[in-house]
Design a protein around this ligand. Structure first.
Ligand code: NAG
Length: 225
């Protein structure tokens, strides 16, 4: 696993994943079209942010992704935190076994405090500063429970892994953590995509994958590694 990673905050609608490349080493993988994460101990820093669920036998449901950048500090998308009364009810489930189901003895983390980027929603495109820092109520003591942030913007054509529990091509939320390898595109191509998403050059990047794999609904806050 890479020890340096870039963290990308996915919006529900910011996936610009296309099928127009003919790379032969193709990625038959899923998140939306990703594949299940099976490697034991992979992605320990990934968190499922969960909210109360009144309509299901399970009391909590996956809402957004997040990433531990310190043992008690999580990054996620700002838009995941816009309802303060919901934030106070968050149950954050770190990735113990690639499942979003909360086990009886799983340590769950609550939000102690949080800061939304001060410029979020101040000017368009709103995707420019869609990021927030969350202080958890206590540290996650597991080894490797942190992801080191990238110190630079990754070049076009870099392969990154995206992971998450968002919807897939054939289920609603995925029960198992999914991953896919995607390739970073250049800003100009991202701007040319007609997705309805207001792409912010420099602040955002978009990706492609020949299978059409990408993040989707409820993948907000997920990392690209
Ligand atoms: C914010 O969350 C609370 C608690 O779940 C909910 O009752 C309320 O309707 C939400 N507000 C908005 C504007 O969605």
């Amino acid at each position: 696993m890479l020890n340096s990673a870039i963290l990308m905050v996915f919006l529900y609608s910011n996936f610009v994943s296309s099928t127009d490349i003919e790379d032969s080493t193709e990625f038959q993988e899923k998140i939306y079209k990703g594949k299940d994460v099976t490697r034991k101990g992979a992605y320990p820093y990934f968190c499922s942010i969960q909210i109360p669920n009144d309509y299901d036998v399970r009391p909590y449901e996956h809402y957004c992704g997040g990433v531990l950048v310190e043992r008690n500090v999580m990054l996620t998308a700002a838009h995941c935190l816009i309802n303060a009364s919901l934030v106070s009810q968050f149950h954050n489930l770190p990735n113990y076994r690639h499942s979003r189901l909360i086990g009886k003895n799983d340590p769950i983390f609550k939000v102690e405090n949080y800061v939304i980027h001060p410029d979020f929603l101040k000017q368009r495109p709103y995707s420019m500063h869609d990021i927030a820092v969350v202080l958890l109520d206590r540290p996650d003591t597991r080894p490797n429970a942190r992801l080191q942030l990238a110190s630079r913007r990754l070049p076009v054509d870099t392969k990154v892994k995206i992971i998450g529990f968002g919807i897939t091509e054939n289920t609603y939320l995925s029960e198992v953590l999914k991953e896919a390898t995607v390739i970073i595109k250049d800003d100009k191509k991202c701007l040319d995509e007609k997705t309805g998403f207001e792409y912010a050059p420099i602040y955002n990047f978009c990706t492609q994958n020949s299978e059409g794999a990408g993040g989707c609904y409820r993948d907000a806050g997920d990392p690209a590694i």
